[in-house]
Design a protein around this ligand. Structure first.
Ligand code: NAD
Ligand code: DAU
Length: 336
């Protein structure tokens, strides 16, 4: 199969591209990424030189280029991972979120329709469901109630995907996953930010009371779920993906500090995120019973491996913090 992966230079995208290349030795993967601040080609060093892998620097909002890529590479499936993904940034300004997450998804859906793409997988998020109280979990039937501009843009995209499937017969599916962690996560998100700050003996900014709950899943488990849905999911269906692994932010931060041997005095309570969702928890029984997927990595193993990864890849995140990572692909283009 020839698969177009969008956003393949980001956190989940790069993990997904690498896992697809290794799990499916006959597949060709084309990675389209605009290389925003969150895109980092260093994540894909392992794929460089692989004849089954092609990188195209492009914006998913650019219909002409998307058509060219699909035609030139005889694309059969699209996995749309590209997005503006950080809630805090969407609070500062929502326009780019609407452009990429809603506009870009619509461009890809139109292209999928025209080129009769066989599978269209929209990678979405549990944040479209809003926030939970102390009890209950999100199922695929939970009404959409997005609270942040980011979540609203992802919910809008989900509705378009379902509408294109229903109206135009685009063979689309949606996944809604909980919080991911693991290698190559940009150090603006909770876990890598706390690791990087702790390693630099900087304060760890905890929003509000630190008791907001997230349901953590290792990115390798997310990629395995995406693979299962891409190949075996039922068209027009939404699949929730989660780790059944709820933790408060303070619990996660304390585990990181313990593993790094750093003092809890680094924890600094700061002003809360506006509109901060209190709790997410995913009921993933549909994907488990229909597709046989289940998480393989426990949070204890996964977090400790992730902390080790950031320790062993200090240059990777230091180059992001200093801005040097953008030099990597600037040089790469100059050398071509
Ligand atoms: P990320 O911010 O690390 O990566 C996003 C990637 O998309 C970057 O490489 C960026 O350059 C690219 N991109 C952005 N705008 C683009 C555009 N217009 N055209 C082409 N490429 C563009 O994000 P992530 O954390 O890897 O999340 C990826 C997807 O997974 C998002 O759709 C997000 O909603 C979803 N998701 C993330 C999580 C999580 O915990 N990180 C959980 C569930 C779902
Ligand atoms: O649930 C899936 C979502 O998870 C994805 O759709 C998003 O793309 C992804 O960014 C993530 O969203 P969150 O807002 O849950 O992740 P973030 O890492 O930004 O924050 C996790 C929790 O930690 C949240 O309760 C806010 C808190 N936090 C975060 C940061 C960055 C802090 O207390 N301090 C911080 O500095």
């Amino acid at each position: 199969m020839n698969v177009l992966v969008t956003g393949g230079a980001g956190f989940i995208g790069s993990n997904f591209v690498l896992s697809m290349l290794s799990k499916h030795p006959s597949y060709r993967i084309v990675n389209v990424d605009k290389l925003t601040y969150a895109g980092n080609l260093e994540n894909l060093r392992e794929a460089e030189g692989n004849p089954r892998y092609t990188f195209v620097k492009a914006d998913i909002c650019d219909r002409q280029t998307m058509d060219e890529v699909i035609r030139e590479h005889a694309i059969e499936a699209i996995v749309n991972i590209a997005a503006e993904s950080h809630v805090d940034r969407s609070i500062v300004g929502a326009a780019e979120f609407v452009e990429t997450n809603v506009g870009g998804t619509t461009v890809l859906l139109d292209a999928a329709r025209e080129f009769k793409i066989k599978r269209f997988l929209q990678v979405s998020t549990d944040e479209v469901y809003g926030s939970l109280g102390p009890e209950g979990k999100f199922t695929e039937y939970t009404p959409l109630h997005p609270n942040s501009p980011y979540a609203a843009s992802k919910a809008a995209a989900d509705l378009l995907v379902l509408a294109y499937q229903h109206t135009h017969g685009v063979p689309a599916l949606i996944t809604r996953c909980s919080n991911n962690y693991g290698p190559f996560q940009f150090p603006e998100k909770l876990i890598p930010l706390m690791i990087a700050n702790a390693l630099q003996n900087k304060p760890l900014p905890v929003y509000g009371d630190g008791l907001n709950v997230r349901d953590w899943l290792h990115v390798a488990d997310h990629c395995a779920a995406l693979d299962a849905v891409l190949h075996r999911g039922k068209e027009g269906t939404v699949y929730n993906i989660g780790g059944s692994n709820e933790k408060t932010n303070l619990e996660v931060i304390r585990l990181i500090l313990r593993q790094l041997g750093k003092p809890e005095s680094l924890i600094t309570f700061v002003k809360d995120r506006p509109g901060h969702d209190r709790r997410y928890a995913i009921d993933s029984s549909r994907i488990q019973s229909e597709l046989g997927w289940r998480p393989a990595v426990t949070f204890e193993e996964g977090l400790s491996a992730t902390v080790r990864w950031y320790l062993e890849h200090r240059t990777w995140w230091e180059r992001i913090i200093s801005g040097e990572y953008k030099e990597y692909y600037r040089k790469m283009y100059e050398e071509r």
